[in-house]
Write a protein that binds this ligand. Structure first.
Ligand code: 13P
Length: 394
C-alpha cells in the first residue's frame, strides 16, 4: 500500500509561538526539502496551466456524462451506446487541424478508458497531437440538504485515489463544476459556501496529485433576472471561491478558473448588448479574480455557438488591463455544430470534423480578439442549431 502523500501546500496562516503568522510573499513551505519538491511540482503545473491558455487556443469540454450525452443524441435520434459515444469522441479528438486551436480536451470517466478505432487510448491520442488530456472528476450536482432548490457538487470521497489513477492514465488537468441557481433570493449563502469549500478541497487534492485543477463555479443562465443580478451573484460566488482556495492553500498560478460570463437570464425580456456583457464580465473578473491565476476559460452555459464566440471576442477586444489570459472551455458551443453535422452517420464523420474544426478556429481567433462575423461564412446554419440549449450536465 502506498503511504499517504505528505501535505504539500502551505496553509496561508500558521500558528507559531501563540500567534498567527502569515507566510508573507512566499507560496512555498519553509522546510527546505518540502519547499524544493513543491517548487518543482508547482512549476510543472504552472507550465501545464499556461499551455492550456496558449495564444489562439482553448479547451474542448467533451466530458458530458453518459446520461447527458444520451439526451443530446436523443434529440437527433442517435442511439446512445458505449460504441456510438466512443465514435463521437473519436471524431472530435482526431479532427484534422483542430490541434491548432484546441489546447486541451476534458474527458469523462468512460471516455478516458476508451481507445481510438486503431487501439490508441484517447489520452495518448490527444497527447500525440499536442492536446493536453483532462478529466472531469466531480460526481455531479446533488440536492443540497440545507436548501432543497439548490445543489451541492459531490465527489470528494475517494477523490485522491481517483486522481492518482487518472494521472497514471495520462490526464494532466481536471475539472469540477459547481452550479448556482439565480432567483431573487438564491443562491443561499450556505450553498455558495458549501460549493466553494468543495471546489477548494478538490483543487488542493489535484495539485497534490500533480494535476492542474480547473475550478468551475457556474452561475446559471436559467431565469428571468437582469444582467445586474448575474453580476452581483457572480461577484459573491467568485469572492467566496477565492477565499476558500486561499484557505486550502491552492497555488493560484497552477490552476485555471472556468466561470460563466456575466449575462442576463435566458428568460429576461431585457437582454444585454454584446458590449454590456463584455464590460460587465471583465469588470467583475478584475474585481474578484487574483492576478496570479494563470488563465480564465469561459464555459458557454447555453449560449448559441455564435454568441459564445462573439462575447469572448468582445471581452478580448477591450483594451483595459487584463492580468490573465482569457480563453474558452466550451462544451455545447463547440460541439453542437459538429454533432448536428455528424448526425450519428459514418458517412458524415468528416463533415462533423470540419464543423468542429471551423468552430474551434473561430473561437481561437476570439481569444485574440481577431474574430469577425465574415469568418462565419461557411457555417451559416450553426447558430440555428437548437441542440443542447435546454440540457445541463449533471
Ligand atoms: P458548456 O460550454 O456547454 O456550458 O459546458 C461547459 C462545461 O464544461 C460544463 O461543465
Amino acid at each position: 500500500m502506498e503511504s499517504p502523500t505528505p501535505a504539500r501546500h502551505p496553509l496561508p496562516w500558521i500558528f507559531q509561538g501563540g500567534g498567527l503568522r502569515q507566510f508573507g510573499s512566499s507560496r512555498y513551505p519553509e522546510d527546505a526539502a518540502a519547499a524544493n519538491k513543491m517548487r518543482i511540482m508547482s512549476h510543472d503545473l504552472e507550465r501545464v496551466a499556461e499551455s492550456l491558455v496558449a495564444d489562439g487556443k482553448g479547451i474542448l469540454a467533451a466530458d458530458e456524462t453518459a446520461p447527458t450525452l444520451t439526451k443530446r443524441f436523443d434529440i437527433l435520434g442517435i442511439a446512445s451506446t458505449e460504441q456510438s459515444r466512443r465514435t463521437y469522441r473519436e471524431m472530435l479528438f482526431t479532427s484534422p487541424g483542430a490541434a491548432d486551436f484546441i489546447s486541451g480536451a476534458i474527458m469523462y470517466d468512460e471516455t478516458i478508458r476508451q481507445k481510438t478505432s486503431d487501439g490508441m487510448p484517447f489520452a495518448k491520442e490527444l497527447e500525440s497531437q499536442g492536446i493536453v488530456p483532462g478529466i472531469k472528476v466531480d460526481t455531479g450536482a446533488k440536492p443540497f440538504a440545507a436548501s432543497p432548490d439548490e445543489t451541492v457538487t459531490e465527489g470528494l470521497d475517494g477523490l485522491r485515489d481517483r486522481l492518482r489513477e487518472y494521472r497514471k492514465m495520462g490526464a494532466r488537468f481536471a475539472k469540477w463544476r459547481a452550479v448556482f441557481h439565480v432567483t431573487d433570493s438564491l443562491p443561499s449563502a450556505a450553498c455558495v459556501s458549501a460549493n466553494a469549500h468543495a471546489l477548494a478541497r478538490y483543487a488542493s487534492l489535484c495539485q497534490e496529485q500533480d494535476l492542474v485543477p480547473i475550478v468551475e463555479p457556474e452561475v446559471l443562465m436559467e431565469g428571468s433576472h437582469f444582467i445586474g443580478r448575474c453580476e452581483r451573484v457572480t461577484s459573491v460566488v467568485l469572492h467566496t471561491v477565492f477565499d476558500a482556495l486561499f484557505e486550502q492553500g491552492v497555488v493560484l498560478e497552477a490552476m485555471l478558473l472556468k466561470p460563466n460570463m456575466v449575462i442576463a437570464g435566458k428568460q429576461c425580456a431585457q437582454q444585454a448588448s454584446v458590449e454590456e456583457v463584455a464590460d460587465a464580465t471583465l469588470t467583475c473578473l478584475r474585481r474578484y479574480v487574483p492576478a496570479a491565476v494563470s488563465g480564465i476559460v469561459f464555459l458557454s452555459g447555453g449560449q448559441s455557438a455564435r454568441l459564445a464566440t462573439v462575447h469572448l471576442n468582445a471581452i478580448n477586444r477591450i483594451e483595459s488591463r487584463k492580468p490573465w489570459k482569457i480563453s474558452f472551455s466550451y462544451g455545447r458551443a463547440l460541439q453542437d455544430p459538429a454533432l448536428e453535422a455528424w448526425h450519428g452517420r459514418d458517412e458524415y464523420l468528416a463533415a462533423g470534423q470540419r464543423a468542429f474544426c471551423h468552430r474551434a478556429c473561430l473561437n481561437g481567433a476570439a481569444t485574440l480578439g481577431k474574430y469577425t462575423c465574415e469568418m462565419e461564412a461557411s457555417s451559416a446554419s450553426e447558430d440555428e442549431t437548437p441542440l443542447g440549449r435546454d440540457w445541463h450536465d449533471d
